[in-house]
Design a protein. Structure first.
Length: 145
């Protein structure tokens, strides 16, 4: 990977998101937890959450990922409280389409995901970017069961 490509991929905007990841850590007595790990790079995210009326009321995340995975977790964490499963799943699917199918960046509370557009060119990083989203959906499913 060329140095200019790396600089674009790890832009200041992405790095800024990595320094402000909301809801880091665990929560007391979660309704469910889920961990996802990328086999490509070893990045992992563990999500702990509590639901109220099908919406996320409490949220904690342990993020051990590259800058791209951290940035994605930061955007998720900034808007996750009060979200239902359908909203999280829709944003995750739009993020995946942005990365893999040249789709538009998600909008609304997840508009900051646009910072990850340069990652389209690096398919081996896509799994890390989706970790927090997949762990959140899995934890929601466990909590609802």
């Amino acid at each position: 990977m060329a140095e200019a490509d790396l600089m674009q991929l790890y832009s200041r905007r992405i790095l800024a998101l990595t320094t402000t990841i909301p809801h880091l850590g665990t929560i007391e007595a979660p309704d469910a937890s889920a961990m996802r790990r990328s086999p490509h790079c070893g990045s992992s995210v563990t999500v702990h959450l509590g639901l109220q009326d099908g919406r996320i009321a409490r949220f904690g995340q342990e993020v051990r990922a590259c800058a791209l995975g951290q940035a994605s977790a930061s955007v998720l964490g900034s808007a996750v409280i009060g979200m239902d499963r359908a909203t999280i799943a829709d944003a995750r699917d739009r993020l995946s389409a942005m990365l893999k199918q040249d789709g538009p960046a998600p909008d609304g509370p997840f508009a900051e995901l646009e910072a990850l557009l340069p990652a389209r060119e690096y398919p081996n990083r896509h799994a890390s970017i989706l970790l927090a989203w997949d762990a959140t959906l899995e934890a929601m499913d466990k909590a609802a069961a």
